[in-house]
Design a protein around this ligand. Structure first.
Ligand code: F6P
Length: 319
């Protein structure tokens, strides 16, 4: 019998996390289940930073970016001693199950808790879209919109000055934010973990485009693949474009979630509670072909990243 559940957000925040917390809270309350908001991710879970939630606790939050619960990274949660402290704290507070919202590190914590008798359901909350088994993660669409808005602005000024804007986007070793924004913004060059970095080829392509009469260029680069400042300097030296680097940084993680993210988060939050009511744990919620479904966290974290070959082929055709 499920009487009380906890909800937490962990890892890097993402727009739409509040919509997910709201959906979890309201679905649970509607089913007669008490809800506790756990502050600051697994850190708060271990330390007992728990707050009873009512319908009103999540009022006016659907349009808010960030997470009302706060987030933190706690690598020590892998250690048995820390994990057991968390399990005991939940039991002392009568919490039978937890919904966790975050990235793959968060998923591992949920699995460990489930193995220790606390059913957990994980929701994909990250702008990176780097979780397997789901077509989209909560926050990806908003971050993509933010990037597109920024790059469109850079294109205006870059066009006026015959420049090449080298723009670094987030993604944490996943090229989705880069490829989706590259296509959306009509970028000329894309550098992602999937394409790799071939400096010569990038400069040659820019020179070729310049010879074809292109007046300015946008290069979208996934973080952690190359140094955008150094590349912009090389562009200035090797081509007729003046290179300028822009690192979009954490601005990509903020802002009011798009309707797509709000709907996705609401559907996923409701599903998480349904799964707990069915007595399930160690599962993560996914969206595939616009259907909300779930799979075991074990299976999810063992999957290898599906490639976006079709997107890259499309990008190349459109330059
Ligand atoms: O996972 C989300 C993310 O924003 C990544 O895109 C990025 O690499 C990382 O978090 C940044 O982490 P932090 O907020 O700790 O600087």
């Amino acid at each position: 019998m499920l009487r009380k559940i906890g909800v937490l957000t962990s890892g890097g925040d993402s727009p739409g996390m509040n919509a997910a917390i709201r959906a979890v809270t309201r679905t649970a309350l509607a089913n007669g289940i008490e809800v506790v908001g756990i502050r600051d991710g697994y850190k708060g879970l271990v330390e007992g930073l728990y707050e009873p939630f009512t319908r009103r606790s999540v009022a006016e939050t659907i349009s808010m970016g960030g997470t009302i619960l706060g987030s933190a990274r706690l690598p020590e949660f892998k250690e048995e001693e820390v994990l057991m402290k968390g399990v005991n704290k939940l039991k002392e507070n009568g919490i039978d199950a937890v919904v966790v919202i975050g990235g793959d590190g968060t998923y591992r914590g949920a699995n460990a808790l489930t193995q220790h008798g606390i059913n957990c359901i994980a929701l994909p909350g990250t702008i990176d879209n780097d979780i397997e088994g789901t077509d989209f993660t909560i926050g990806f669409d908003t971050a993509l919109n933010t990037i597109v808005e920024c790059v469109d602005k850079l294109r205006d000024t870059s066009n006026s000055h015959h420049r090449c804007s080298v723009v670094e986007v987030m993604g944490n070793r996943c090229g989705d934010l880069a490829i989706y924004s590259g296509i959306s913004c009509g970028a000329e060059v894309l550098i992602t973990p999937e394409t790799g970095y071939d400096e010569e080829a990038v400069l040659e392509k820019l020179k070729y485009l310049e010879n074809q009469g292109t007046s300015h260029a946008i290069v979208i680069v996934s973080e952690k693949v190359c140094d955008v400042q150094a590349l912009a300097e090389k562009v200035s030296k090797a081509t007729g474009f003046a290179g300028r680097a822009t690192i979009l940084g954490h601005i990509q993680r903020g802002g009011s979630p798009t309707p797509n993210d709000r709907v996705l988060a609401s559907r996923m939050g409701a599903k998480a509670v349904e799964l707990l009511i069915e007595g399930k744990g160690g599962e993560c919620v996914c969206i595939r072909n616009n259907e909300i479904t779930s799979m075991s966290i074990d299976e999810c974290i063992s999957l290898t990243r599906s490639s976006r070959k079709e997107f890259y082929r499309l990008f190349d055709r459109l330059v």
